[in-house]
Design a protein around this ligand. Structure first.
Ligand code: FMN
Length: 272
């Protein structure tokens, strides 16, 4: 039998289990003093490369939120499992202006493009500038950040995905009990599952519904897209060319869009 449970403060962390990545965000205040604290409410905000952004949720009273408002910069560091004690240390309530990293084994190093330091022991780092900051119900602050640099330990760059998971050794935040005991999961078993191409019988030529005129050649090229996703491709392409002020989809523009949005390795996903 299923039952509802009460929705109380911090419901997302104790009433239900919502596993999340755990990061340490480094910032500086106006005087250049470093601040560091753990943040698990962190996600990429969009998928494309044109204007990559992230979103972080935090209380508006945190030093991190205030420093980001004051300087417009922050760094998201991904600590490995063997630094969880140090991560928890950065979470202790220290007075404003204390550099929490001083009480840990973490080593601050200069970032590539922003002034808050990065953490050497973190194999993966995202440097950000502030795009937008806003309050939600006057308690929580949301920060939208522009990704200005993705920084990886050099040896990670050429590793296969599975080896990279192992090397990064990231803990998964599993929530807490009474805001006192925090739980983390370790990734010690990884499963790989293949996403199969659309079923063959679906891949018929069919009629193409378009919302604006398409050049003959462009329509022909569109037939190379599996029918299961053709409608989505038509919508995306038309949206983009409309925004550019065009009244039809030319072959040249369409092929550029394919190159930009569906590189060869993405297309291979749909090929049997
Ligand atoms: C694993 C973990 C994840 C956390 N995630 C968040 C979060 O996403 N948002 C938030 O507001 N606080 C989060 N906290 C709590 C803050 O880290 C804590 O309030 C910290 O003292 C804020 O520090 P600051 O004032 O120096 O920014 C988290 C704490 C831990 C231990």
């Amino acid at each position: 039998m299923k039952k509802t449970v009460p929705i109380k403060p911090f419901w997302y962390a104790d009433a239900v289990v919502l596993p999340k990545l755990v990061t340490i965000i480094t910032t500086v205040n106006k005087e250049g003093i470093v601040n560091a604290a753990p943040y698990a409410y962190f996600m990429h905000y969009d998928v494309m490369q044109h204007h990559p952004r992230v979103i972080v949720g935090m209380r508006k009273t945190t030093h991190t939120y205030q420093n980001i408002a004051a300087t417009g910069e922050f760094v998201v560091n991904f600590p490995p499992v063997n630094f969880l004690e140090d991560l928890m240390e950065t979470c202790r309530f220290y007075p404003k202006g204390v550099n929490e990293l001083d009480n840990t084994r973490f080593t601050p190093i200069p970032s590539q493009k922003v002034s808050p330091p990065s953490i050497k022991e973190c194999g993966q780092i995202i440097e950000c500038t502030l795009e937008k900051q806003y309050l939600l119900d006057n308690i929580q602050g949301h920060v939208l950040g522009n990704v200005v640099a993705l920084v990886l330990d050099e040896e990670l760059i050429t590793l296969g995905r599975e080896e990279r998971f192992r090397k990064l050794n990231l803990p998964i935040g599993l929530g807490d009990e009474k805001r006192k005991y925090f739980y983390f999961g370790l990734i010690d078993k990884i499963e790989k599952h293949e996403l199969k191409p659309p079923p063959k019988e679906e891949r018929t030529e069919g009629e193409i519904k378009t919302g604006m005129p398409w050049e003959e050649e462009a329509l022909k090229a569109l037939m190379d897209i599996p029918s299961a996703i053709r409608e989505m491709v038509v919508e995306m392409a038309e949206d983009i060319v409309k925004k550019e002020g065009a009244e039809r989809v030319s072959y040249e523009r369409y092929m550029k869009l394919v190159e930009e949005y569906a590189p060869k390795d993405v297309q291979e996903r749909f090929e049997e």
